[in-house]
Design a protein around this ligand. Structure first.
Ligand code: CO
Length: 210
């Protein structure tokens, strides 16, 4: 059997198992989705949103890209965010990074790896923002780990800077933003930062809605 045929076979088995447990499972799911969470995570195959949180289809709205970035000109991310916040009305948005992130590691090198370099430039900018702290860390792995944490923190702040989040905070006092890090070695998630509608950003980023 070819590897992709295995996937299709697994799918048929999974579907049959779900139907055996509950004959209405797919009919109910097909009616509508009402997830409470938007997950912005890394594309890394080792950090699947549903698996690591033990959630079922329908529970998490997911957006993934290299190094779990929130780039304010990324129409793909913004569309997902707007739909999740304005239409699905999710009360929680999670940015989940992970230790050992290849994207963060690559951002610390001088390698030319094509278009990915343009994406990772955003992480190099975070490095420059926290240069004093990061330069003081001698161990390379610890430096990558700290940059991974700072990256999640910055992406949460990038979310807070968007008009989508600020308008929703102003009108509905939601969503709460959660910055998490997943540890590949333990399978455990650590909380790094939380932000909600009471957060005061630097004045220069604040938008008036009245
Ligand atoms: Co990664």
């Amino acid at each position: 059997m070819r590897p992709y045929e295995q996937l299709l076979q697994n799918n048929r088995i999974w579907s049959a198992e779900k139907m055996a447990q509950d004959p209405h499972y797919f009919d109910e799911l097909a009616k509508e989705q009402t997830p409470e969470f938007l997950w912005i995570g890394c594309s890394d195959s080792r950090v699947p949103a549903n698996e690591v949180t033990q959630t079922e289809p329908g529970e998490i709205f997911v957006h993934r890209n290299i190094a779990n970035m929130v780039v304010h000109t990324d129409v793909n991310m913004l569309s997902v965010l707007q739909y999740a916040v304005q239409v699905l009305k999710v009360p929680h948005v999670i940015v989940c990074g992970h230790y050992g992130c290849g994207g963060v590691k690559a951002a610390l090198t001088r390698k030319h790896i094509g278009i990915v370099n343009k994406w990772l430039r955003n992480i190099k900018d975070i490095y420059r923002l926290h240069e004093t702290e990061l330069e003081a860390i001698e161990d390379e792995n610890m430096k990558v780990d700290r940059l991974t944490e700072l990256n999640v923190q910055e992406q949460i702040m990038n979310l807070a800077k968007t008009s989508i989040i600020q308008e929703s905070w102003h009108k509905h006092q939601r969503p709460t933003l959660h910055g998490w890090i997943y540890d590949l070695h333990t399978g455990l998630i650590k909380e790094i930062i939380n932000m909600d509608y009471t957060t005061k950003l630097d004045d220069i980023y604040m938008i008036d809605f009245d």
